[in-house]
Write a protein that binds this ligand. Structure first.
Ligand code: SF4
Length: 348
């Protein structure tokens, strides 16, 4: 049966047209789905009982099953493990940040991009998530924590490369944008240039974050093999032509690896690389993990400060992500969709 959470607004309207009348009932159903995120037709209390039964006989509202929630880390963040209908597992992260809350979502059940600093990449490829599977992560966490829309940021920065799941991502964004302003939604990519160009054409564009991670092609290709397909200079050119709304900027994500890409000269080169891109840098000190290469280390605080200060002196706006969720393996690059690590598959 068709899951109604897999349909965009216009698809939903067409799917319901033959079954639901008068037309205002369709608006009511849309509100139950896209605003309230209900998990069953029985919750649609302003619909006649017969209509609810008819909907249940023709459609489903299945979300992924939330099978585990970690106890909160000292910073309050919690990791949510979900089981999909086919047995795959994915993770999402709830991150309270003062008055605001961020929710980090997965877009694929694994990732084929294979960035060497990323645990998801270590465990390899997985299938695209459906809109219902992406929305289900968000609605489950929102409902549990009663997060008002205006206090919520959504980031597609969990498992997977969202721009390799573009069509489902667009449907998901369409539904999310009913309650969350596009400026509060961020899509993070490893640099899939056709996806960036396609995102640029959307009417309601989310924020764009791009993993840069090295100031030159050679080193970027070492830690992000996708660079051989989408070269760094072409990626930067795509960012220069990306339309950025007033008051917004692209985020250039930069994982800092001790002794590899964190020197004064690297910061100068990064500032030069980003010249002409309306971007700020988000520096992310590396999160060590036993599955990742042993040479990869988090830089000392002094090295992080030097890198950041050099960028600032070169006219670049910088934030440093003091990783949320590090203690529960929910920080950047640490999501794996499993509670127990399987045998090692890639040489460390
Ligand atoms: S960093 Fe993102 S794109 Fe790279 S392997 Fe991990 S999940 Fe995939």
């Amino acid at each position: 049966m068709q899951n109604l959470y897999d349909l965009s607004s216009s698809e939903l309207e067409s799917a319901l047209a033959g079954l639901v009348s008068p037309p205002f009932r369709i608006r009511q159903i849309e509100e139950w789905l896209h605003v309230r995120g209900v998990a069953s037709f029985d919750e649609m209390s302003n619909l006649p009982k017969e209509l609810r039964a008819s909907l249940a006989g023709n459609f489903t509202l299945a979300f992924p099953e939330n099978i585990e929630v970690t106890t909160p880390a000292p910073d309050g963040s919690r990791k949510y493990l979900f089981k999909l209908a086919d047995g795959n597992r994915i993770e999402a992260v709830y991150m309270p940040m003062g008055e605001r809350t961020s929710v980090c979502l997965s877009s694929q059940a694994g990732c084929a991009v294979g960035c060497t600093f990323c645990v998801t990449g270590f465990f390899g490829a997985g299938r695209n998530l459906t809109p219902a599977e992406m929305l289900g992560q968000l609605f489950t966490i929102r409902r549990e924590h009663s997060i008002p829309s205006e206090m919520l940021n959504v980031v597609f920065m969990g498992m997977g490369e969202p721009l390799l799941n573009f069509d489902h991502l667009v449907t998901t964004l369409d539904i999310m944008s009913k309650t969350i302003a596009p400026k509060r939604i961020t899509v993070s990519t490893s640099g899939i240039i056709p996806g960036i160009d396609a995102l640029a054409k959307l009417e309601h564009r989310p924020n764009l974050a791009v993993s840069i991670n090295a100031p030159d092609r050679k080193r970027r290709e070492e830690i992000m093999p996708i660079t051989s397909k989408y070269p760094l200079d072409e990626l930067i050119a795509s960012l220069k032509r990306y339309p950025v709304e007033k008051g917004r900027e692209i985020t250039a994500e930069y994982v800092l690896l001790a002794g590899y890409n964190d020197s004064h000269d690297d910061a100068v080169a990064l500032a030069r690389l980003l010249r002409g891109v309306k971007a700020k840098v988000n520096a992310i000190p590396f999160n060590p993990d036993p599955n990742l290469p042993a040479w990869m280390k988090r830089p000392q605080d002094a090295a992080i400060d030097r890198f950041v200060n050099t960028l600032v002196k070169n006219g670049v706006r910088v934030t440093v992500r003091r990783s949320k969720g590090n203690e529960i393996a929910a920080a950047c690059g640490q999501l794996r969709g499993k509670t127990e690590p399987p045998p090692r598959r890639r040489r460390a």
